[in-house]
Design a protein around this ligand. Structure first.
Ligand SMILES: [Zn+2]
Length: 364
């Protein structure tokens, strides 16, 4: 949960303007990001200590005084896992009245995790998302189509909020068959396509035979995509394809590629990211704490995704935001793909996209 100063800055100073948000993002010193993280982290800790039965129990079990907690490391061995979300009553996580909810698989369990948010948090996601779309070159005059699965999944809703904040046209096709999409999309001449990796490979195979149309860029997520598949899609459509990273638990994209296509820039003003136990090359499980959420904040959520923080500075507009590498694997040996999960090997659909790379990426 945000502290009052961060809230005023986000809502009043930056407001809804994507260009103002980007102007600020270009100039943010690292010290500003770290200070916002520290103050919002402390506010979040106090908030969950008052409102969440689950975290109150965890603090008591680990003899943690929330007042003394200043950073994630102060929580010692306290993490939040997928198992926690599946085995505890969801009410134990809720700190405020939920208004919207989604499901996510993300585990080997047949049961889905349920994650709840407020409309205010949806608005937050939209403003940040609009700035991210603008950074990639999407403008109000563009015609965007979403072929994301809309059933119980937050990806489509998060994109809708971003498109509304940006002000561009958005048509939601849903995850219909690539053949039907190709036939129906021709009339619209969409120039921005937001899709899932395996689906866009299938659409591209059709478009190679039946024809493409001019596309400014594509955004994909929900699964990992090999560079070979990316090149194939880009060559056929003569466009750029950018990957994003996130999960339902984070309510959308926590990281996105910039025009350099070299790692995901992280949304560090809304999340505190850690890799608590990296190997000698820096690879380890990505863990995040939500810093702006009131409804269902998560402390040190274990994503099971293995990655590393990238060194050096990117020369793009988002250079003040650190980057992680593409996801290198899963701690739980599970493969995520757009319509669910598989283990331990790739599904037939997934293998068309990742082509056996066994790496995963998630989206929104
Ligand atoms: Zn960059």
């Amino acid at each position: 949960m945000r502290n009052a100063v961060s809230n005023v800055l986000d809502r009043v100073v930056l407001g809804a303007s994507p260009t103002r948000r980007l102007w600020f993002a270009r100039r943010m010193p690292d010290s500003y990001i770290r200070n916002v993280q520290k103050s919002d982290f402390r506010t979040t800790i106090r908030w969950v200590a008052r409102r969440s039965a689950f975290y109150r129990r965890r603090f008591a079990e680990h003899h943690i005084d929330p007042v003394m907690v200043r950073c994630p490391a102060d929580l010692g061995d306290v993490f939040t896992t997928s198992e926690d979300l599946l085995t505890n009553p969801i009410e134990d996580f809720l700190c405020d009245r939920p208004q919207i909810g989604y499901e996510t698989t993300g585990t080997l369990s047949a049961k889905s995790k349920k994650i709840f948010f407020s409309l205010d948090e949806m608005g937050d996601m939209g403003r940040d998302g609009a700035a991210g779309l603008h950074a990639l070159g999407i403008r109000r005059t563009d015609r965007m189509v979403s072929a994301l699965d809309l059933s119980f999944w937050n990806a489509g809703a998060a994109l809708r909020a971003a498109a509304q904040a940006l002000g561009c046209l958005l048509i939601e096709a849903g995850k219909i068959s690539p053949a039907e999409f190709h036939e129906r999309a021709l009339d619209y001449r969409f120039d921005v396509m937001v899709v899932e990796p395996s689906w866009i490979v299938s659409l591209t195979e059709i478009a190679e035979k039946l024809g493409t149309w001019p596309v400014k860029l594509m955004l994909v997520g929900g699964e990992n995509m090999s560079e070979k598949s990316r090149r194939y899609v880009e060559e056929v459509w003569k466009t750029d394809l950018y990957l994003t990273y996130g999960q339902t638990e984070s309510f959308g994209s926590t990281g996105a590629e910039c025009v350099r296509k070299n790692g995901y820039h992280l949304q560090e003003l809304k999340f505190w990211f850690e890799i608590p136990d990296p190997d000698e090359e820096g690879n380890g499980e990505l863990v995040f704490t939500t810093l702006s959420r009131r409804t269902m904040p998560l402390l040190r959520y274990r994503t099971s995704d293995v990655t590393r923080f990238l060194g050096g500075t990117c020369d793009c507009d988002l250079k003040s935001l650190r980057r992680i590498s593409k996801i290198r694997g899963r701690c739980d040996e599970m493969v995520n793909w757009g319509s669910g999960t598989s283990a331990p090997g790739c599904s037939s659909v997934c293998s068309r996209t990742c082509r056996g790379s066994r790496t995963t990426g998630r989206f929104w």
